[in-house]
Design a binder for this molecule. Structure first.
Ligand code: IPM
Ligand code: MG
Length: 357
């Protein structure tokens, strides 16, 4: 049966990088019997410019009805002064929340060909393979109350609320433990339990869930230490599980271990593995429209979509192998370029992956 994929290119480099992923998917439709129908729509600033909101209700409906969503990136200078309620990022957060995409998987895997592109020494990052499991629909991103208020003395005060309920922690912990069971059976749960009660409870719930996975070795780590350990000795980690904001920060950090944030894919899944797939990086407005961006994180996200939502593990592996081949050929976008390699544009990189398929 034909599966429906909603493509949401978004803003900045979003349209350029998603175009390359669509190219790759179209190639698989042609040659490998991939049975999908793709439809495009607007999100973020691009949606705001047309509809006055960063995600139109019709687009939300399409996302609900699709089998999977592939998103580029949202945001840009042009929309920074808008009221926070209609900023591009809100479109993305609405998709995550209303689709119930609580489990964000962000694999930081180093392609051996890129060991020298990392700012860390090759021996520190060689063989790196970390999976960050980030809770995506709770925590301080969504906690109420929130806002900016004026105090009696006339001073303004900004406030947000960091909350997690037990059930939210439990379900993300299960996702992380199950992922660890399929990997090296090591889980690090990241919190700030020395200061924040919400994460003190997080730690207790993770320990309870751990009893159901006796084979998995569990460690707890404060987030400041985790940030340090990631650059000191990143290979100590297998699966890391953490809340929404810590996961946002640590996944950007982990991406640089792999050479560039332009390599980090992500899957955001609901209870039934329906998902949205997007690169972990942002819209990079400074290089938008210049055909310079690295499309590989988006193409790798499309591979994750084939794996988790479209039941085509074979094609996911095929894409990953094709990317490896292209890197073997020495082709690099600017962000991962190093001495002796050939610098290519965003669309040349996409073409090379298609050719390698
Ligand atoms: C990410 C991004 C988003 C986030 C922004 C664009 C809202 O940084 O996906 O990591 O903070 O989750
Ligand atoms: Mg982020």
């Amino acid at each position: 049966m034909t599966k429906n994929v909603l493509i949401l290119p978004g803003d900045g480099i979003g349209p350029e990088i998603t175009a390359e992923a669509v190219k790759v998917l179209n190639k698989l439709v042609e040659t490998d019997g991939l049975d999908i129908a793709m439809e495009e729509d607007l999100v973020g600033g691009a949606a705001y410019d047309v509809h006055g909101v960063p995600l139109a209700d019709e687009t939300m409906d399409k996302a609900h009805n699709a089998d999977a969503v592939l998103l580029g990136a949202v945001g840009g200078y042009k929309w920074e002064s808008l009221d926070i309620s209609v900023r591009p990022e809100k479109g993305l957060l609405r998709l995550r929340k209303e689709m119930g995409l609580f489990a964000n998987l962000r694999p930081a895997v180093l392609f051996p060909q890129l060991a020298s592109a990392s700012t860390l020494k090759p021996e520190i990052v060689a063989g790196l393979d970390i999976l960050i499991v980030r809770e995506l629909t709770g925590g301080i991103y969504f906690g109420q109350p929130r806002g900016i208020r004026t105090l009696e003395n006339g001073e303004r005060q900004g406030y947000n609320t960091y909350v997690y309920s037990e059930s939210e922690v439990k379900r993300i912990a299960h996702v992380a433990f199950q992922a660890a069971m399929k990997r090296n059976k090591k889980l690090t749960s990241v919190d700030k339990a020395n200061v924040l009660e919400v994460t003190e409870m997080w730690r207790e719930v993770v320990d309870e869930v751990a009893k159901e996975y006796p084979e998995v070795e569990v460690k707890h780590m404060y987030v400041d230490n985790a940030a340090m350990q990631l650059v000191l000795n990143p290979k100590q980690f297998d699966v890391m599980v953490t809340g929404n904001m810590f996961g946002d920060i640590l996944s950007d950090e982990a991406s640089m271990l792999t050479g560039s944030i332009g390599m980090l894919a992500s899957a955001s899944l609901d209870e039934n593995n329906k998902g949205m797939y997007e690169p972990s990086h942002g819209s990079a407005p400074d290089i938008a429209g210049q055909n310079k961006a690295n499309p590989l994180a988006t193409i790798l996200s499309a591979a994750m979509m084939l794996r988790y939502s479209l039941g085509r593990e074979d094609l996911a592996v095929k894409i990953e192998d094709a990317i490896s081949k292209v890197l073997d050929q020495g082709l690099r976008t600017g962000d991962i370029w190093s001495e002796g390699c050939t610098q290519v544009t965003c669309s040349e990189m996409g073409d090379a992956v298609v050719a390698a398929l």
